[in-house]
Design a binder for this molecule. Structure first.
Ligand SMILES: [Zn+2]
Length: 166
């Protein structure tokens, strides 16, 4: 089977000379478009999503608490379980407490975003003051830094916490 040779197209001498002789246009540094600010409608959408997320988190916390109180703790009190069962129950209680902590932390972030909305600084990077950008805010309404500053912030946290960083 023969493979068709790809024809190489080479510029001839004259055209190559022409290319090199042509003055290179002064190119401006490529600039990204400035991050787009959120419109009124997009802001309302963010607020609506914050409300939804807050309701979901509050419900999830109540559910984890209910599990601990109604399912896990009664099992620990019961005399029937052996040591392994007790260890298993303790592990799930730890997990549920971990979830509650995470949900609570996120509720705190939502409350902070609401304050930022109320004071008119929502969408402004807390580090550099530049707009965070609509796309980023829509993906993560609780973002308080622009992508650059967030990256820098996480690097600094990494260095500060060393191997502890997760
Ligand atoms: Zn920034």
């Amino acid at each position: 089977m023969t493979v068709a040779r790809k024809k190489e197209v080479r510029p001839n001498r004259a055209s190559r000379a022409a290319v090199s002789a042509r003055p290179q246009p002064k190119r401006a540094q490529p600039r990204l478009d400035p991050p787009k600010k959120l419109s009124k409608a997009e802001l309302r959408d963010v607020e609506r999503r914050l409300d939804e997320r807050q309701r979901a988190l509050t419900a999830a916390i109540a559910e984890e608490r209910r599990r601990i109180d109604n399912e896990a703790l009664p099992q620990l009190d019961a005399d029937v379980g052996d040591q392994v069962d007790q260890a298993f129950v303790m592990t799930s209680v730890e997990m549920e407490r971990g979830l509650i902590d995470r949900y609570t932390e996120e509720l705190g972030k939502i409350a902070a975003v609401r304050e930022r909305l109320a004071s008119g600084v929502f969408g402004q990077c807390t580090d550099c003051g530049e707009p965070i950008g609509a796309a980023r805010l829509q993906a993560q309404p609780t973002a308080v830094r622009c992508t650059d500053c967030q990256w820098r912030h996480e690097k600094i946290v990494d260095i500060a916490t060393g191997a502890m960083a997760s």
